[in-house]
Design a protein around this ligand. Structure first.
Ligand SMILES: *Cc1c(COP(=O)(O)O)cnc(C)c1O
Length: 411
C-alpha cells in the first residue's frame, strides 16, 4: 500500500468556501422560490472588458495560422507581458523591478502555495485572520504540527489582527523567518500604510526574514498613503516577494493570469550557511514544474495596459466601488461597526452582540437570503466578524441593501 502525505490529514475539515457553498445549496434546495444574494465568495461578476476580449480573440486567431501559431512559450512568461508589468506596475511608481524579476503564472493562489517549495524548516508567521491558502499550504508542506484544541496549528506563529490594532498587526517581539502579509487585506479590507509596512520591512531586514506580500487587491487602493507595492519601501527588494493577480484587477478569476516578483537581491541560506539566490530557485522551479500561461491569456492580460484597457479596468473597479459605498451606507444606517471598504472591495463587519460568525451566517441566510463569509473561516481572530464583498451586480447589491434596511435587527 502506498504511503500518503499525512500532513493532509491534519487539515481542518473542509475548505471554507465549500462549506458556504454547501449550506447555500441546501438552503436553496429547501426554499426553491427564494432569491439568494451571494456576498460570500470573492469572485468577479463583471465580464472581461472589450479591450481584453478583442486582444484575446486576436490571439486565438493567431493560433489558427501556421505562421503565427505558438507552441510552448517561455515558462516565466512572454517578454511582452513581463515588460509591460515592469513598466506600468512598478516603474510608473518609481520602483525599479526588472522584467526578468516578474514571473507570469496562472494564479496568485498557486504561487502563494508553490513558493513553499523553495524553503526548508522555518518559523512561519501568518496574520490571523488570513486568506486560508497561507495556513493550509503550510500544513500540507509539513511546516506545522497538529491542529490544537484552540483551532490553531502547533508551530505556526499567528499574528493577531484585532479591533485594538486596527486589524494591522505590528511586527512581533520574537523571531519569525517567513511572514505573510496581505495588503489591501482579504478578509479585513484594511490596507497597510507606508509607516506600517516600513516597520515590517525593517523587521525583516533585522531578522533576515522574507516577507511574502500578497497585493492581489492593489488596484482598489484609493488613499495616497497606501503603498501599491512593498518595493515602494526602501530596501524591500532584499526581503520581499510580491504576489499580484489579474483576477480581482480585471475580472480574470476564470481566465487565470497572475505574476510574482522575485527580486535578484533576495537570498536565503543553505544548511552550511551559504547565501543562495531565491530567484534562481524559483526560476528553476518554474522551468521544471510549469509550462507557462497560455499565449492567448497573456495577450488578453497585456491589453489592460493599453490606454483603452486601462480606462475600462478603472471603470470596472469604479463599478464595484459604488457597491462598496452602497453597502457601507446601509451598514452605518443600521448601526453595524465595520472596517475596510476604502482601499478594498471587502468590508469587515462586527457580528451583532453575543452570537458566533457561523450563527450570524445562518441567521442572515435564513432570514434575508444573503450569503456572507463568516470571519472564523479565516482564522480564530475572525470570530465575531463577517466579510461582505462588493463583487456583486448593482441590481443584486441594491436588492440586498433593501433587505438589510427593512429588516428589524434583533438577536
Ligand atoms: C483572490 C485572491 C488571490 C487569488 O488570486 P488568483 O490569481 O485568482 O489565484 C490571491 N490572494 C488573495 C488574498 C486573494 O483574495
Amino acid at each position: 500500500m502506498v504511503q500518503i502525505n499525512e500532513n493532509y490529514l491534519k487539515l481542518k475539515n473542509r475548505y471554507l468556501f465549500s462549506q458556504i457553498g454547501e449550506k447555500t445549496k441546501s438552503y436553496q434546495k429547501s426554499h426553491p422560490d427564494k432569491n439568494i444574494i451571494r456576498f460570500g465568495i470573492g469572485d468577479a461578476t463583471l465580464p472581461l472588458t472589450p479591450a481584453v476580449i478583442s486582444a484575446f480573440h486576436k490571439a486565438v486567431d493567431e493560433m489558427s495560422v501556421v505562421s503565427t501559431f505558438k507552441g510552448y512559450g517561455p515558462e516565466q512568461g512572454y517578454e511582452f507581458l513581463r515588460e509591460l508589468i515592469s513598466k506600468h506596475e512598478f516603474e510608473k511608481r518609481g520602483v525599479n523591478i526588472f522584467s526578468d524579476e516578474v514571473f507570469i503564472s496562472d494564479g496568485a493562489k498557486c504561487d502563494t502555495g508553490n513558493i513553499l517549495d523553495l524553503f526548508g524548516k522555518n518559523i512561519i508567521g501568518i496574520t490571523d485572520p488570513a486568506y486560508p491558502v497561507y495556513v493550509d499550504t503550510n500544513v500540507m508542506a509539513g511546516n506545522t504540527g497538529n491542529l490544537q484544541e484552540n483551532d490553531q496549528y502547533e508551530g505556526l506563529i499567528y499574528l493577531q489582527a484585532t479591533e485594538e490594532n486596527g486589524f494591522c498587526p505590528e511586527p512581533p517581539d520574537r523571531h519569525v523567518d517567513i511572514i505573510y502579509l496581505c495588503s489591501p487585506n482579504n478578509p479585513t479590507g484594511v490596507a497597510l500604510s507606508k509607516t506600517q509596512l516600513s516597520a515590517w520591512v525593517t523587521y525583516a531586514l533585522n531578522h533576515h526574514s522574507i516577507i511574502l506580500f500578497d497585493a492581489a487587491y492593489e488596484r482598489y487602493i484609493q488613499n495616497q498613503d497606501i503603498p501599491h507595492s512593498i518595493y515602494e519601501i526602501p530596501q524591500a527588494k532584499k526581503v520581499a516577494i510580491e504576489f499580484r493577480s489579474f483576477s480581482k484587477t480585471a475580472g480574470f478569476t476564470g481566465t487565470r493570469c497572475a505574476f510574482t516578483v522575485i527580486p535578484k537581491e533576495l537570498t536565503g541560506r543553505d544548511s552550511s550557511g551559504n547565501e543562495t539566490s531565491i530567484w534562481n530557485l524559483w526560476n528553476r522551479r518554474h522551468s521544471t514544474k510549469f509550462n507557462g500561461v497560455s499565449y492567448t491569456v497573456q495577450r488578453a492580460a497585456a491589453a489592460i495596459y493599453t490606454p483603452e484597457g486601462s480606462k475600462e479596468v478603472n471603470e470596472l473597479i469604479k463599478y464595484y466601488r459604488y457597491n462598496t459605498e452602497l453597502i457601507k451606507s446601509v451598514l452605518k444606517k443600521k448601526g453595524f461597526s465595520f472596517w475596510g471598504g476604502i482601499d478594498s472591495p471587502y468590508i469587515w463587519v462586527k457580528v451583532p452582540q453575543q452570537i458566533t460568525s457561523w450563527e450570524f451566517f445562518d441567521y442572515i441566510l435564513n432570514n434575508l437570503q444573503i450569503v456572507v463569509t463568516p470571519g472564523i473561516g479565516f482564522g480564530k481572530s475572525g470570530e465575531g466578524f463577517f466579510r461582505i464583498t462588493s463583487f456583486g451586480q448593482h441590481e443584486d447589491t441594491m436588492e440586498a441593501i433593501k433587505r438589510i434596511e427593512n429588516w428589524e435587527w434583533s438577536f
